[in-house]
Design a protein around this ligand. Structure first.
Ligand code: NAP
Length: 291
C-alpha cells in the first residue's frame, strides 16, 4: 500500500453510516483507494443509533462531507432527506451512496449494489440470458439482486424467503417492469434444482464465528449438488462461509461476498471521484487473508 497522504484542512470527508457499522470493511477499502491514487480524502465509519440518524445525516451535510455510504437500517429512511435520486435507487426505493455536491448544492442518492452485483457476475463470465436463478432472502440485498437479474433479462427468477409475504412484496415492487419471470416458492426444495444455474444467498445465514461448523448455517439443503452452478454468497464475514466451503467441494463457480463488497464500493468511488478504481489487489487480498 502507498504511503498514507497527510490529512489537512482541505481533506475531503467520506463516511459509512449504519447500525451496526464498526465491523465494516468499507473504511479499509476506500482509504486504500484514496492512498493508491494519492487523493486528499479520508473515509470513516459511524455507528449511529436509528433515533439519531436524521440529525447525524444533516450534521454530515453541514460539516461539509462530500459523500456517505449507507448500510442497515438507513438505506430506505434516507429517502426522506434527499431531493434527487438516480434511476436504480428510485426503482428499488433504497440508497447506499450519497453525493453532496458542493457546487450545485444538491444531495443525490444512488444505489451501487445493483451495478456491483452485475459486475461481480460479469467478471465471472456469467451468461445472463441463458440462466435460471434462485434468490434466497427477500430483504435489501435480495431486492437489488432481483432487480439486477430483471435488468439483465435472465430466463427465470425463483425467490424463497422464510417469511413468504416479503417475497410477494418484492414481486409487487417489480410488477410494472417484469412479473412473469418471478416465481415465489413456498418451500425451497420444490425448486427444479437441476435447471438452476445461479443461487444467490441474500440471508445472513453463515455469518458469525459461532455458527461456522454447524450444518444448519447453510441456506440450502445439504444434498444439493452444486457442481458447475454459480453460487453468489452475499455474506462476506467470514469470507469462507459454510456455503462457500460446500461450493468449493462440489465444484461450483463462487462469487464471494467480498467481490460484491468491493464492486459496490468501487462504483461509489466512481460517483465521488469520477473514475473507476482498480481493486484487483484487494480482491486477492480478501480471498487469501481470511482462509
Ligand atoms: P435484510 O434486509 O435484513 O434481509 C435479511 C433477509 O434474510 C430476510 O429475507 C430475512 O428473512 C432473511 N433471514 C434473516 N435471518 C434468517 C435466518 N436465520 N434464516 C432464514 N432467513 C433469514 O438484510 P440484507 O441487507 O438483505 O443483507 C442480507 C445479508 O447480505 C447480510 O449478511 C449482509 O451483510 C449481506 N450483504 C452483503 C453485501 C455485500 O456487499 N457483500 C451487500 C448487502 C448485504 P425474513 O424476511 O423472514 O426476516
Amino acid at each position: 500500500m502507498n504511503k498514507t497522504h497527510k490529512i489537512n484542512g482541505y481533506t475531503d470527508l467520506y463516511a459509512l453510516m449504519g447500525y451496526p457499522a464498526r465491523h465494516s470493511f468499507s473504511p479499509f477499502i476506500h482509504n486504500y483507494f484514496f492512498n493508491k491514487y494519492k487523493i486528499n480524502s479520508v473515509y470513516l465509519s459511524f455507528e449511529i443509533l436509528p433515533i439519531d440518524f436524521k440529525t447525524a445525516f444533516s450534521g454530515a451535510h453541514k460539516l461539509g462531507f462530500s459523500g456517505i455510504n449507507l448500510t442497515m437500517p438507513f438505506k430506505e429512511e434516507v429517502l426522506n432527506y434527499i431531493e434527487e435520486l438516480d434511476e436504480d435507487a428510485k426503482t428499488i426505493r433504497a440508497v447506499n451512496t450519497i453525493k453532496f455536491d458542493k457546487e450545485k448544492k444538491t444531495i443525490k442518492g444512488f444505489n451501487t449494489d445493483i451495478n456491483g452485483f452485475m459486475k461481480s457476475l460479469d467478471d465471472n463470465w456469467f451468461k445472463w440470458d441463458e440462466s435460471n436463478c434462485l434468490v434466497i432472502g427477500a430483504g435489501g440485498a435480495a431486492k437489488s439482486s432481483i432487480y439486477a437479474l430483471i435488468k439483465k433479462k435472465v430466463k427465470s427468477i425463483y425467490i424463497y424467503n422464510r417469511t413468504i409475504d416479503r417475497a410477494y412484496e418484492i414481486k409487487s415492487l417489480f410488477n410494472e417492469i417484469e412479473n412473469n419471470k418471478l416465481v415465489i416458492l413456498k418451500e425451497l426444495n420444490i425448486v427444479p434444482i437441476n435447471e438452476i444455474n445461479l443461487i444467490v444467498n441474500c440471508t445472513p445465514i453463515g455469518m458469525g464465528e459461532n455458527n461456522i461448523s454447524d450444518d444448519n448455517t447453510i441456506p440450502i439443503p445439504l444434498d444439493w449438488n452444486l457442481n458447475r452452478k454459480y453460487i453468489f454468497e452475499m455474506v462476506y464475514k467470514p469470507v469462507y462461509t459454510p456455503l462457500v466451503k460446500k461450493s468449493i467441494k462440489d465444484g461450483a463457480k463462487i462469487i464471494f461476498g467480498t467481490e460484491m463488497l468491493l464492486n459496490q464500493a468501487a462504483f461509489s468511488f466512481e460517483i465521488w471521484k469520477g473514475f473507476f478504481p482498480d481493486s484487483r489487489y484487494l480482491k486477492k487480498y480478501f480471498k487469501n487473508s481470511f482462509k
